[in-house]
Design a protein around this ligand. Structure first.
Ligand SMILES: [Fe+2]
Length: 497
């Protein structure tokens, strides 16, 4: 049996394991051990080299090639654009930002003076964790809760009805003149930080645990390894660089040339990570990270963006069902142990009992494993790439509002907003540069070109059919009335930016 020999040099020689079983492993985050996903800190030199050759050098090239372009754009900056109410509603709900739509909690009704029995469909977008950010001198942040009304459960039309802003939760509405106009920039600022530090981290970091444990504990000729391995490349080193490198875009040094943010990493930005991963009690906008075990728990927004992402889940689930169906008892026994190790770090990852359960139990375990694998493969490819693509292509840099230099409104009556003072050229320069270096997709390996080391014709045929199913999803989007948020050919095979 494979399992009895795991860890010994015997029937399972060490060479059958990547890095001779001395590979990476998760451990508590050194920054926020109780509040964020585990991190993988000790990285194989082979992966570091691979990352530096394919991604590190690209950062250097972008810095020198795109730096001047960002400078030219910044020099042309005069003022932030006006934000019409309907354009704000559209930006908040048509794409990536619709991930923030959350049902109202009981205190929200009182806050906005709503009658819960009026039958209107309403959502909130809550960026209150930004209150813990301590911005650089002369810059400002403000917690916001935005109230939106939707015409119907599937309607694309939303109306922004109000924003509660600041520690006092001052409620502003579209008729409130200059204060209302100013509040909208702080809502957009919350969208940017919420995306980068709450929503997107849950797409990245929990999967490092599975990445490392797969490399560290599964033989390379195992179907589980063969299925996952093409989707694990670059991610451990990338995530480690983001979270721990002194050269990270999330910097501790205000003058880091490509850091567009309004505070140092240690001055409150981590509060977003914690809110997203641990959740906030009694706040529907921050349920906390849980590994999905059903379509309903994938956390998809009730919008076109959610329909787009969900469209791709089916092909992944079909692929993983076929591969899991082809695993023998020894391979499934490994999966049981693999899940046990993962659950040490991600409690919501499913248990996969196999060796000591009856036939029906074994079948249930195969189904749970197939779903869990589909969640991961779909996340690190489709979800991750689509989030970046939409953030980079649909939201203009001038709408990111990373740095705002006018205080938020504190009363309904406010003086007119001087849009030329909201941000400076240096802020726009950094934002343009970070956009090119870190936010826009920069694909090295594509999902559509993925090669698996499957050793049978049957599984090679499964792979071909998987690609066909992906192509059909992409081709059918227009007839289903769903926007193509990213073309299939641009989806990366792993988290690599
Ligand atoms: Fe990313």
């Amino acid at each position: 049996m494979f399992l009895q020999n795991a860890g010994r040099i015997g029937n399972v020689p060490k060479k059958k394991f990547l890095y001779s079983r001395k590979g990476p492993w998760p451990q508590p985050s050194p920054t926020e051990p109780l509040g964020t996903a585990p991190e993988v800190l000790h990285l194989p030199w082979q992966e570091v080299l691979d990352f530096q050759l394919h991604i590190g050098l690209r950062y250097m090239r972008d810095l020198f090639v795109c730096g001047p372009a960002a400078l030219v754009k910044a020099l042309g900056f005069r003022e932030l654009p006006e934000i019409p109410d309907d354009a704000l509603a559209s930006a908040l709900t048509r794409g990536l930002y619709s991930r923030f739509l959350a049902p109202l909690d009981p205190p929200d009704h009182a806050k906005f003076g709503l009658d819960p029995s009026d039958g209107a469909l309403r959502y909130k977008i809550d960026f209150t964790p930004i209150a813990r950010v301590d911005p650089y001198e002369g810059m400002y942040v403000a917690p916001t809760i935005t109230l939106l009304r939707r015409e119907g459960p599937t309607s694309p039309t939303f109306v922004v009805e109000a924003v509660a802003i600041g520690e006092t939760e001052l409620v502003l509405r579209p008729g409130d003149g200059a204060s209302w106009e100013l509040a909208k920039y702080f809502v957009l600022q919350g969208c940017s930080y919420g995306t980068l530090f709450t929503e997107h981290p849950n797409v990245h970091f929990p999967y490092d645990t599975i990445n490392a444990i797969t490399k560290g504990s599964i033989p390379t000729d195992h179907l589980l390894f063969q299925l996952l391995h093409p989707h694990l490349r670059f991610s451990l080193v990338l995530d480690n660089a983001v979270l721990q490198s002194p050269a990270s875009v999330i910097s501790e040094f205000r003058h880091t040339i490509y850091d567009p943010f309004t505070a140092r990493a240690s001055d409150g930005l981590m509060s977003f990570f914690i809110a997203g991963y641990k959740g906030i009690r009694d706040n529907a906008a921050y349920p906390g990270y849980r590994y999905a075990d059903s379509i309903a728990s994938l956390g998809l927004p009730p919008t076109d963006y959610g329909r787009f992402l969900e469209s791709y889940f089916g092909p992944f689930h079909w692929l993983t069902q076929q591969v899991v169906g082809a695993m023998d008892d020894d391979e499934m026994s490994y999966c049981e142990e693999w899940a046990r190790w993962i659950r040490v770090w991600i409690e919501s990852f499913p248990e996969l009992p196999y060796r000591h359960v009856d036939a029906a139990g074994k079948q249930r375990t195969r189904e749970k494993l197939a779903f869990a694998l589909a969640v991961m493969l779909w996340d690190v490819t489709v979800v991750h790439s689509t989030d970046h693509h939409d953030f980079a292509t649909d939201i203009p840099v001038e709408w990111k509002c990373f740095r705002l230099r006018v205080p938020p409104p504190v009363a309904r009556a406010g003086s007119a907003v001087d849009r030329g003072k909201l941000s400076r050229r240096i802020d726009l320069f950094k934002s343009h540069l970070a956009h090119r270096m870190f936010f826009a997709p920069t694909t090295v390996t594509k999902l559509i070109d993925t090669e698996y080391d499957f050793g049978t014709d049957a599984l090679r045929a499964v792979h071909n059919e998987f690609i066909e199913r992906l192509r059909r999803v992409d081709a059918d989007l227009p007839s289903r009335g769903i926007k193509r948020f990213i073309p299939l050919g641009e989806i990366a095979a792993s988290i690599q930016y």
